[in-house]
Design a protein around this ligand. Sequence first.
Ligand SMILES: Nc1ncnc2c1ncn2[C@@H]1O[C@H](COP(=O)(O)OP(=O)(O)OP(=O)(O)O)[C@@H](O)[C@H]1O
Ligand SMILES: [Mg+2]
Length: 220
Amino acid sequence: MLELRNITRTYELGGERAGVFGVSLAVAAGTVAALAGPSGSGKTTLLQVAGLLDVPDEGEVLLEGRLISNLPERERCALRLERLGFVFQSFNLVPVLDALENVMLPLQLAGRPEARERAEHLLARVGLADRRHHRPGQLSGGQQQRVAIARALANDPKVVLADEPTAALDHAHGEPLLDLMARLARETGAAFLIASHDPMVLDRADEVHRLRDGRLEAAP
Ligand SMILES: Nc1ncnc2c1ncn2[C@@H]1O[C@H](COP(=O)(O)OP(=O)(O)OP(=O)(O)O)[C@@H](O)[C@H]1O
Ligand SMILES: [Mg+2]
């Protein structure tokens, strides 16, 4: 589903080269892959390349076998909206919109007339039907992240990219969230790539890729 081939994206800082170097990995449809590694090992850098938010210096991103990393910005933008879903550590919900409106947003941007019905269906799937008219500030961290997951799934993405999705949550809220993502991966067929050093994420992933100093460690 998602394939990264030999991705290099480096930053030059004070004579030092940081970033990711020659990383290749694939995430199959309907599975959860974890991207593990210490702080600064390149997880966010790699996710940004995979999510077409950044362009690699070298290497290729393929979605369903199609090369997408070299497309013009306008097409990459359309793919981000229609084929990719994003979940961030800090939820990134729009504070003045309620849960339902937050989930409707990408549907409306994609011009889907059934935005409201679909957003209601998605909120029900993440167990928040009764909270649809609450704004982010009226929801717990775990509930906000469930809204963010519903929003990420709005346009039926092929790939969901999550950067430390449980980092702002305690164990009691993080665990059900991961179970939810694993279940949604299976049910929707989306490929989930989750960057985290949270052992709960690594336990639940179908596959774990470990980064160290920007390079993938050999599988144990
Ligand atoms: N915009 C940037 N400019 C310069 N250097 C950067 C930039 N973004 C990342 N880096 C460097 O690239 C390396 C990888 O950073 P990255 O954010 O990908 O790590 P990470 O694994 O996500 O870390 P964390 O677990 O702390 O989020 C680090 O050494 C970082 O300093
Ligand atoms: Mg990071």
